[in-house]
Design a protein around this ligand. Structure first.
Ligand code: SF4
Length: 284
């Protein structure tokens, strides 16, 4: 059995269940799911107390089996045709000005769920077209028609996470580093007006040179937004943390990346791809 490493001081974040409760009730009433809850995000108290959430569409069960991810896996749920409107109403109710929509990976769906991403963007913009939308998509098996749909959905930013360096892709079962890069490349070529974004986690045992090489790979496919955060193992059943990376290394990587040509990098132990997501657009 894996022994969990003791967290260093800089990773002790306050969790307040009472701060989260009002938001949890509101989300349940709206019949919507969030990755914040499904992936056990460590920022949940902070984000929920500020009435910020990242919505998860296409159900809560994933068809892949990344060894770091707490989202349920197995036989996926039947799609809820009301989901796009439910998300839009909740976004409007919360008064969000920028919203991130993500999903589980749905390899069982012929278009990977692209249609639902588009319906959700349209439903949000139909209620208030000044809301900016960010989609954080799975690789959709690089299906060109699916990527074409999301690239032209009306979303301002489309993210697809590399998660880690190429050498450590055993933690991303069913995924492929080169394919993920091609997905980002195709999104830009299908719609040069959108910005693309990616996210990685540190703590699987990657080296700085590998991360700098990953950054160059992203820049080569015109991806200029990046989040870098610390991997935290949800429990002993998941991929172990090899290293708790010190804050100064996050700063070093951010500075190097900005010198290399990124437009914005959020790099800190608690950065997640959707954490403070409005900041990326502001830096555009
Ligand atoms: S960082 Fe993102 S996923 Fe985590 S709680 Fe905040 S909005 Fe949700």
């Amino acid at each position: 059995m894996q022994t969990l490493m003791r967290k260093p001081q800089w990773l002790r974040k306050k969790i307040s269940l009472s701060d989260q409760k009002p938001m949890e009730r509101l989300l349940a009433q709206g019949r919507v799911h969030t990755i914040c809850e499904e992936a056990m995000c460590p920022n949940i108290s902070e984000c929920f107390s500020q009435k910020v959430a990242t919505f998860m569409i296409l159900g809560t069960v994933c068809t892949r089996a990344c060894t770091f991810c707490a989202v349920s896996r197995g036989v996926p749920l039947v799609l809820n045709p009301h989901e796009p409107e439910n998300v839009a109403k909740t976004v409007n109710h919360l008064g969000l000005r920028h919203v991130v929509i993500t999903s589980s990976t749905r390899d069982d769906l012929s278009n990977g769920g692209a249609e639902y991403f588009c319906k959700t963007v349209r439903a949000i913009k139909a209620l208030d077209d000044s809301i900016t939308v960010e989609l954080l998509i799975p690789d959709m098996k690089e299906n060109l028609s699916a990527l074409e749909q999301v690239a032209n959905s009306g979303a301002e930013i489309i993210g697809h996470n590399l998660e880690t360096v190429s050498r450590l892709y055993h933690v991303r079962k069913g995924s492929d580093y080169e394919r993920s890069l091609r997905v980002l490349e195709k999104l830009t070529s299908l719609n040069p007006d959108i910005a693309t974004k990616s996210g990685i986690m540190l703590g699987f045992g990657e080296g700085d040179e590998e991360i700098l090489s990953l950054m160059q790979d992203l820049l080569d496919v015109e991806c200029r937004y990046l989040s870098i955060g610390q991997y935290l193992s949800p429990s002993h059943k998941y991929e172990p943390v090899v290293e708790y990376v010190e804050p100064k290394r996050f700063e070093y990587l951010r500075d190097r990346g900005m010198e290399m040509g990124f437009t914005y990098i959020k790099s800190s132990p608690y950065a997640r791809s959707s954490y403070m997501a409005h900041e990326y657009l502001e830096a555009k």
